[in-house]
Ligand binder design. Structure first.
Ligand code: GLC
Ligand code: CA
Length: 557
């Protein structure tokens, strides 16, 4: 397999609004990121993925862009951006921008024009349809509740918005839209940014007839089959690649809801015609349910192993995986799949990290994950800021699908806001995030969980992540080695091997709070092995292995 820097890199995701506030307005900003560049260098990451910092009315925290070539005032200025980029580059850290081009903000000048009249030159930049019998053109529901259509009086027609009504979908079938998007991307590349994380890029090509979808519990039709991996998506990405991506040395990752391994082999094929890698969602959807993500189900380890192993094996030698537990759209994995109680928090955070970082693919660390940050004890609906969570509460509780108290529990467990509370820098005021009033509450556990404390302590979660990142840089077996799952039926242990050029790693992770026994696999019996990393002090390589609560160990043979 061809060796490339982005296969060997570890990416750190920054959600700027919650990372570090430099001017006391309660909102994280670009200068705040620049201030923390040494911290990131110390962690050892290679790349920062920056969630959107473009001009935006902030209906969906910047994922609704009104100017792709400007910086949101909350975050600073273009000069601040340039300074941050230079500071990162000086330290050898690359910057990957979020590219949100399935939709714009309804305040983007293109849409402002588009809605003016049916013959406006920008009309076909978006997806407009006539109503059907005085109702929406089809039954699709939006990702953020309600219909996916918004009626516009001006021209007596509806526009499509898969997300909020302030996020109208662009019409990618219009070549002018593609020209505009590619020009804009090229503009950023000429500023020497280092790549793109492409927001819901699997949704850009819609089946033109826009047929009704299967109706779910919320009363709306599912657009998935007509939108995910749509008819022209690969054509458009290949065009993007030819016209922009191939001219630069970039990291490109597509956020691909609804992606299957077969589709991923096209998006992220090693032949380099489209993107470097995709974010898939299958492991995140394992605890979905009838009202989709809103529930308290637990992920079953056997299912998790099956899904992750499928992705490891199916893409091996054909395409490239990205590896993640957390991002700004997911609750904290430590509270979801690990154990965030005081006595197990650190050990289980390290175990989860080991399990993910020893796989093949490019790992992503989400801000605070490297500290073992947890879900948040939100009190009432007023504590939430996320449009998805707030709308879902009103829709599901309003329609009587779920009662209010239950829905509050679901939000506390699954809301995206769990990942969006301020980064916990120290045990001082507002966790050191801001001198002012933070835009969203600080997790009260910042007194115990914060960067300053962890940096003073060798056995902290922070230094464990630092070591995992260093090991990946030093051992090509972790990047390029083959993968094999052992004990697929085991309910508590995730065991797999990696192999490259006659060398082998045996990765063992105990996902439970109970001791687990396991016999050393035959092929390793009597072999000389050493410990590459472990979250306990004294793991022993024996014929009969005993794994303690949340123990993780990697043996090298
Ligand atoms: C992606 C983003 C998410 C956003 C949505 C709409 O899923 O990660 O935060 O709300 O797209 O842009
Ligand atoms: Ca600020």
């Amino acid at each position: 397999m061809e060796r490339t820097w982005w296969k060997e890199a570890v990416v750190y995701q920054i959600y700027p609004r919650s990372f570090n506030d430099s001017n006391g307005d309660g909102i994280g900003d670009l200068n705040g990121i620049t201030e923390k560049m040494d911290y990131l260098k110390k962690l050892g990451i290679d790349v920062i993925w920056l969630s959107p910092v473009y001009e935006s009315p902030n209906d969906d925290n910047g994922y609704d862009i009104s100017n792709y070539r400007g910086i949101m005032k909350d975050f600073g200025t273009m000069e601040d951006f340039d300074r941050m980029l230079a500071a990162a580059h000086e330290k050898g850290i690359r910057i990957v921008m979020d590219l949100v081009v399935n939709h714009t903000s309804d305040e983007h000048p293109w849409f402002v024009e588009s809605r003016k009249s049916k013959d406006n030159p920008y009309r076909d930049y978006y997806i407009w349809r006539e109503g059907k019998d005085g109702k929406e053109p089809n039954n699709w529901g939006s990702c953020f509740s309600g219909s996916a259509w918004e009626y516009d009086k001006q021209t007596d027609m509806y526009y499509l918005h898969l997300f909020s009504r302030k996020q109208p979908d662009l019409n990618w079938d219009n070549p002018k839209v593609r020209d505009e998007v590619f020009d804009m991307m090229d503009w950023w590349c000429r500023k020497e940014i280092d790549g793109f994380r492409m927001d819901v890029i699997s949704l850009i090509s819609k089946v033109p007839e826009l047929p009704d979808g299967e109706v779910g519990k919320n009363g709306y039709g599912d657009y998935g089959p007509y939108v995910c991996n749509g008819p022209h998506v690969h054509e458009y990405l290949q065009e993007m690649n030819r016209r922009v991506l191939s001219k630069y040395d970039l990291l490109t990752v597509g956020e691909c809801s609804g992606v299957t391994v077969e589709e991923a082999k096209k998006y992220a094929s090693l032949d380099g015609k489209e993107l470097n890698m995709v974010f898939q969602f299958e492991h995140m959807d394992l605890d979905g349910g009838e009202s989709f993500k809103w529930n308290e189900r637990k992920i079953r380890l056997t299912e998790l192993k099956q899904v992750l192993t499928k992705w490891q094996l199916s893409l091996m030698g054909k395409a490239w995986n990205s590896l993640y537990w957390c991002n700004h759209d997911q609750p904290r994995m430590l509270s979801r799949l690990g154990n965030d109680s005081p006595q197990s928090r650190e050990v289980s955070a390290k175990m989860l990290a080991t399990c993910l970082h020893m796989m093949q693919g490019t790992p992503y660390v989400y801000q605070g994950e490297e500290l073992g940050m947890t879900n948040v004890p939100f009190r009432t609906l007023e504590d939430f800021r996320d449009i998805e969570s707030i709308n879902a509460y009103h829709e599901l509780v309003g329609k009587g699908v779920i009662d209010g108290e239950t829905m509050m529990r679901y939000l506390r467990y699954k809301s995206r806001d769990n990942a969006r509370t301020p980064m916990q820098w120290n045990d001082g005021k507002n966790a050191g995030f801001t001198e002012g009033t933070p835009w969203i509450m600080v997790n009260p556990n910042y007194k115990e969980i914060n960067a300053e404390e962890e940096l003073t302590r060798e056995d902290s979660v922070f230094y464990y992540y630092q070591k995992l990142i260093r090991l990946r840089h030093e051992n090509s077996i972790i990047v390029y080695g083959g993968y094999e799952l052992l004990l697929p039926e085991h309910e508590a242990l995730y065991v797999y091997t990696r192999e490259l050029d006659g060398e082998k790693l045996l990765v063992i992770c105990n996902f439970s709070s109970e001791e687990q026994n396991m016999e050393l696999p035959e092929e390793f019996a009597g072999k000389e092995g050493s410990v590459l990393i472990s979250n306990y002090e004294d793991p022993k390589l024996e014929k009969n292995l005993t794994l303690r609560a949340y123990e993780a160990v990697v043996f090298r043979f």
